[in-house]
Design a protein around this ligand. Structure first.
Ligand code: 2HG
Ligand code: ZN
Length: 465
């Protein structure tokens, strides 16, 4: 081993594989790749490999295997669970996919698109839009997040209600395996039942089973009309009744149904100077529906009018233009940033059966008041998917891990999940092991051992080993 803790010649061989501009070894250059944006998972990259082709990724993985060096795949580095950050040993190499950012093809008739892993999600959306189609995965970090990370984490976001998680929008995948082999499954087929659907193993496995290098994504028709409205509601029960009524009257035109607490609006006002268009209310719903058939506005107005008459909504506003809709969405999307400005928070990305949301919130608030006095829940999220970010604003005196366990205990009581969309990363490794059934963990270990026998792909993420 050399002074870096890496085998002698390793870095020069890596450099030779990657060519000019492909390898970063300078400490200052590597530093940003070594820590997540919330600065919760500080690590140190021995080097950053920046391949520009699938062939180069395969060569890098092959060399790392030969040398016994661990690799941490990284896209836009926007994750919230520390899944793309190396450990502090200084012996792990970050594999950044950022240079592989091409949109290879868009097929507006077949409704597919082939992109490389380093393509920024927003660029993929823009390429679909230029072809008159929609790539519907959308989330706050989409301006930096990359397609490879979106697939590796099976990202969710605001349109899951209508279009599903990333998994439901991946038709084909190209991956580099731990032995350096490339598996090309870049088929643009809607139906393909020929054998195991192996790509599903890599979607959501956070780079621990293989490295996604390119994908064929499913596109959808772009709705011609979109209606966006913000509603003030007295409590989560009322929000649930509005969701049920909207499902009856608007069917699957509903593409987003977000719940936002008063606390989140307070943070937006304090840290971004943004105030919502409605007077303060304990809860708000941000609802969006889309359709290519006319009459959507009337249908949404009727649904929301009835909610006002029943008293389930106490106030509401429609976006009258694209700019106004963007303004409403920016309130929703800037909550994370404002929460970070406020100081320390303990994030929870939980899901429970949708009808259980009000009871879950009540039980979680009670557990927090009893078990962690002085903390404040900042709740927002994708109510239509049963997924809430039950984030807890804490002071230096509070123990984050204890708060995690306390909230997750409540999630367990409602047969929910401790990660609905952000993934496990390093943040939830112990909690996953604690809460998943032993046979599920054993199966996960078998998959890991089968696909990454030397444990060199993103070690310590999802599973402890
Ligand atoms: C969102 O829904 C993201 O805005 C981030 O999933 C959630 O900051 C969070 O906890
Ligand atoms: Zn979310």
């Amino acid at each position: 081993m050399s002074a870096t803790g890496l085998p002698p010649d390793f870095l020069s061989r890596l450099d030779g594989l990657l060519g000019p501009g492909g390898l970063l070894t300078d400490e200052a250059d590597c530093a940003p790749y070594g820590i997540d944006w919330r600065r919760l998972f500080p690590g140190r990259a021995a080097a950053v490999a920046r391949p520009s082709s699938t062939g180069q990724v395969a060569s890098v993985v092959g060399l790392c295997r030969e040398a016994g060096v661990a690799l941490v795949p990284q896209g836009g580095h926007t994750g919230l669970a520390g899944g793309a950050t190396p450990d502090a040993s200084g012996r792990q190499v970050v594999l950044s996919l950022a240079r592989m950012n091409a949109v290879r093809a868009v097929d507006p008739v077949g409704l597919t698109m082939e992109v490389e892993a380093g393509c920024v999600v927003q660029a993929a959306q823009a390429a679909a839009e230029a072809a008159g189609r929609l790539f519907p995965v959308s989330y706050g970090a989409e301006g930096s997040a990359m397609v490879g990370g979106m697939i590796a984490t099976n990202a969710g976001g605001i349109n899951v209600l209508r279009y599903g998680m990333t998994r439901s929008l991946v038709l084909g995948l190209e991956v580099v395996l731990a032995d350096g082999g490339v598996v090309d499954g870049l088929r643009a087929l809607r139906k393909d039942n020929a054998g195991y659907d192996w790509k599903q193993l890599f979607i959501g496995s956070e780079g621990t089973l293989g490295i996604v290098t390119a994908a064929v994504l499913r596109l959808v028709p772009r709705p011609r009309y979109t209606e966006t409205a913000l509603l003030a509601v007295p409590d989560p029960e009322a929000a649930l009744r509005i969701l049920a009524a909207a499902q009856d009257s608007l069917g699957d035109t509903i593409q987003a149904f977000e719940l936002i607490s008063r606390c989140a609006f307070d943070l937006l006002e304090r840290y971004a100077g943004l105030s919502g268009p409605l007077p303060p209310s304990p809860w708000c719903i941000l609802l969006e529906a889309g359709s290519s058939l006319s009459g959507l506005r009337d249908a949404v107005e009727a649904t929301l009018g009835e909610a006002l008459e029943r008293g389930d909504a106490v106030d509401g506003v429609f976006a009258e233009s694209k700019a106004q809709a963007a303004g409403l969405w920016s309130l929703r999307e800037r909550i994370t940033e404002c929460e970070a400005h406020q100081g320390k928070s303990v994030k929870h990305d939980v899901s429970v059966p949708i009808p259980a949301i009000p009871a879950f919130l009540e039980a979680a608030d009670r557990a927090l008041a009893e078990g962690a006095p002085g903390t404040v829940p900042n709740v927002f999220g994708h109510m239509g998917d049963g997924n809430l970010h039950y984030n807890v604003l804490v002071g230096p005196e509070h123990d984050s891990a204890a708060i995690n366990r306390l909230v997750h205990d409540v999630v367990d009581r409602f047969a929910g999940s401790i990660s609905a969309e952000h993934g496990i990363g390093q943040y939830r490794v112990d909690e996953l092991a604690r809460r998943r059934r032993p046979e599920e963990m054993a199966l996960a270990q078998r998959l890991k051992r089968a696909l990454d026998p030397d444990g060199l792909l993103n070690p310590g993420k999802v599973l402890r080993v």
